[in-house]
Design a protein around this ligand. Structure first.
Ligand code: SAM
Length: 207
């Protein structure tokens, strides 16, 4: 998916929300020197373990953008595998200010994410993504933060008592992302509509 755009990415890359390293290793395969960043300690542990096993030279850092060495500028920054679903529009907006300081002039920001609204309209959001029958799962709308709260009932202990897992998926769509990035001085260079409502956007930093 990314190899046809390889010429844009330069040499030094940052993979934000690298998780266990799958996206980082894919970027390394393209010939990039990659730093993977993730706020989940367990994920970074897994990524480091995998890196040792496959002899990867990628560097993994646990934390957020402020935990990166300030003196390094990246040629390209990636957020792959729907990292956006973890971020509200407000959080991304704040992050972009720091991110811009880490990206060289005319560098590229690549975001691979789900169009949540398309997902909902195609009814895939409720069925495919969460794979539970409708009686086990409850969706509520967090109107303040632009998110969908999902409660998956795992065990019914009593008529009025459940063991459940609750998580939040932030709502994104291409036009929401584009206006936020435009306001921060990024210009959309390429957009690709992928299967299952996934989108690949490549933005260029203008100043
Ligand atoms: C679905 S995984 C994607 C992992 C990887 N990029 C891939 O493509 O396989 C999303 C990752 O985003 C991370 N994440 C959550 N909140 C974040 C934040 N505020 N900043 C950076 N990463 C975040 C999560 O810890 C998780 O590992």
């Amino acid at each position: 998916m990314l190899s046809k755009h390889r010429g844009l990415f330069g040499k030094r890359a940052l993979d934000i929300g690298c998780g266990g390293g799958i996206s980082t290793f894919a970027l390394e395969k393209l010939g990039l020197n990659v730093v993977g960043l993730d706020p989940q300690k367990e994920m970074i542990k897994m990524a480091n373990k995998a890196a040792r096993e496959i002899n990867s030279k990628a560097i993994f850092i646990h934390g957020n953008l402020e935990d990166l060495p300030k003196e390094t500028l990246f040629d390209s920054i990636f957020m792959l595998g729907n990292v956006l679903a973890h971020l509200s529009v407000f959080e991304l907006n704040e992050m972009l200010i720091k991110l811009k300081g880490l990206l060289r002039k005319s560098g590229f920001l690549v975001i691979h994410y789900a169009d949540t609204i398309g997902d909902i309209l195609n009814r895939e959001f409720f069925v495919i993504n969460h794979g539970a029958s409708r009686s086990d799962i409850e969706f509520t709308y967090d109107i303040e933060n632009g998110a969908i709260n999902i409660t998956v009932i795992e065990k019914k202990i009593r008529e009025d008592l459940y063991e459940a897992e609750r998580f939040k998926i932030f709502i994104w769509a291409p036009w929401i992302l584009e206006i936020i990035l435009n306001n921060e001085g990024f210009h959309l260079m390429h957009r690709e509509y992928l299967p299952r409502n996934m989108i690949l956007d490549i933005y260029k930093k203008l100043d």
